[in-house]
Ligand binder design. Structure first.
Ligand SMILES: Cc1cc2nc3c(=O)[nH]c(=O)nc-3n(C[C@H](O)[C@H](O)[C@H](O)COP(=O)(O)OP(=O)(O)OC[C@H]3O[C@@H](n4cnc5c(N)ncnc54)[C@H](O)[C@@H]3O)c2cc1C
Length: 432
């Protein structure tokens, strides 16, 4: 099968946001490293507070995970609630869950305030159970979420699943109506333009090569070396996600970069699209090595998964096209003869404890670990960190939790053990 290695979402952006061509300023209040959801959301908020901010992006604006993802704007966190409560205690987890709901409201608010045309829609998400035991656990999970957070989830028994999904392979589902869908590349373009309108300077093709602390007029500041010269910044915010490099070594030791891959079919006839996803949900299954899928606004089936654990390369993307197509047909035999138009890959930012984190490393602000929840969470965290830089108290529930380094072999730039982690999760999916 030969499929174009290209990102479908990028083809839908008619007017991408562009960085400025002028030289870097000599100094700024805040230098943000990385122009994804996190960096752009931070820049927008900072600029709206009158802060002189420069965003430094190694590639094009939104080049990283932010333009490559499934566009699922999801509630909750990666780990199950009982695990979170036993780790962090009830009060902190209630604040974390509240933040996850608030983050979706924030995306909705930004899209509305900035009039971003990005097909944002509160369509809800559906988790589908791959085993009877997974479905049996949904009742307790929904009761727990209701009890702890007063948030409603809907349980869909197998006999009623056809009103949610045109597939018979699952054992039931769990619906959250609060989640949403978005075209991530259009959202990135709109967010970048909103930050620019507010006064932020966005520099693309500007790779940060190193950051050093120094003193200027008796005050602590940073000298940021880039591929386009250097600048001085009073504060630095690292928003480089899974693409963090050894230019910022303390952060790069923290990130586990995990590849994820997506295919998109050609546009489907409207009645077939309705059959596959009658409520247009954001859908993912209950495995660790999961599939996630949705319709695009022009009725393509966009189908993603961790076909390889390694960060994307030309060969992992090529291999993923066939693996994902087979996975898609396993779910939807109706798509057996449907042509796949696009395949692409991206890298997710995981922390060792599978949690989002923010705070300070080497005196620089950072946010990391959004995993498969970054559309909403990175937007929220960027705005939150901007508030902290502007002097608001740091009340993020994610800033005080322990943040361990992953073992060598799973870290950015040294990922030889990732296939072992992949094997571990495949075995876990087999046995649980
Ligand atoms: C295939 C895929 C599917 C996903 N699906 C979903 C989903 O459906 N829903 C969801 O919520 N999340 C999803 N995610 C995760 C989500 O996309 C990320 O969590 C989120 O985009 C992270 O945003 P960010 O701003 O932190 O980082 P990024 O968007 O990765 O941006 C970081 C930027 O920093 C730049 N950078 C790095 N180092 C430097 C440097 N030294 N100098 C200058 N610039 C630098 C990079 O070039 C990059 O553009 C998915 C991710 C992938 C890869």
């Amino acid at each position: 099968m030969s499929v174009k290695q290209s990102n479908y979402w990028l083809d839908t952006v008619s007017e991408p946001a562009k960085g400025v061509a002028q030289p870097l300023p000599d100094n700024v209040d805040v230098a943000v490293v990385g122009a994804g959801f996190c960096g752009l959301s931070a820049a927008r908020t900072l600029a709206k507070h009158g802060v002189h901010v420069a965003v430094l992006e190694a590639e094009t604006l939104g080049w990283g995970a932010s333009c490559r993802n499934g566009g699922m704007v999801l509630t909750g966190m990666k780990l199950p609630v009982p695990t979170l409560i036993s780790r962090y205690g009830r009060e902190l987890v209630q604040r974390m869950y509240a933040a996850s709901l608030e983050s979706i409201d924030l995306v909705a608010q930004i899209v509305k305030e900035e009039a971003i045309a990005c097909s944002f829609s509160r369509c809800g998400h559906l988790e589908v159970a791959c085993k009877q035991a997974h479905f049996d656990a949904y009742a307790e999970a929904a009761a727990c979420v209701k009890r702890e957070f007063n948030h409603e989830l809907g349980i869909i028994p197998k006999g009623e699943l056809r009103r949610e999904i045109g597939s018979d392979i699952y054992f039931g589902g769990l619906v959250d109506e609060t989640s949403a869908g978005v075209n991530p590349a259009q959202y990135v373009a709109g967010l970048a333009k909103a930050a620019q309108r507010a006064g932020a300077a966005l520099f693309d093709h500007t790779r940060v090569l190193g950051v050093k602390q120094q003193r200027s007029a008796g005050a602590r500041c940073f000298r940021v070396e880039t591929s386009r010269g250097s600048l001085e910044a009073k504060e630095v915010l690292l928003a480089s996600g899974a693409y963090t490099t050894s230019a910022t070594p303390a952060l790069s030791k923290k990130v586990i970069p995990i590849g994820s891959y997506i295919i998109a079919t050609g546009p489907l006839p409207a009645d077939l699209a309705r059959e596959l996803s009658p409520r247009n949900r954001m859908i993912y299954d209950s495995k660790h090595f999961l599939f996630y899928y949705r319709l695009t606004p022009d009725n393509r089936m966009l189908f993603g998964g961790r076909a390889a654990f390694f960060p994307e390369s030309e060969s992992t993307v090529r291999e993923s096209a066939e693996l994902l197509r087979r996975g898609m047909i396993g779910v939807y035999p109706q798509l057996r003869d449907t042509k796949v138009d696009y395949v692409w890959g991206g890298t997710l930012d995981f922390a060792f404890d599978v949690m989002p984190h923010s705070g300070k490393l080497d005196d620089m602000h950072f946010a990391l670990g959004f995993a498969g929840h970054g559309v909403a969470a990175a937007t929220w965290m960027g705005a939150k960190l901007a508030g902290v830089i502007c002097g608001h108290p740091d009340d993020s529930p994610f800033s005080k939790i322990p943040f361990a380094n992953p073992p060598i072999g799973l870290r950015s730039g040294n990922t030889w053990a990732l296939p072992l982690a992949g094997l571990y999760y495949r075995l876990l999916d087999f046995f649980t």
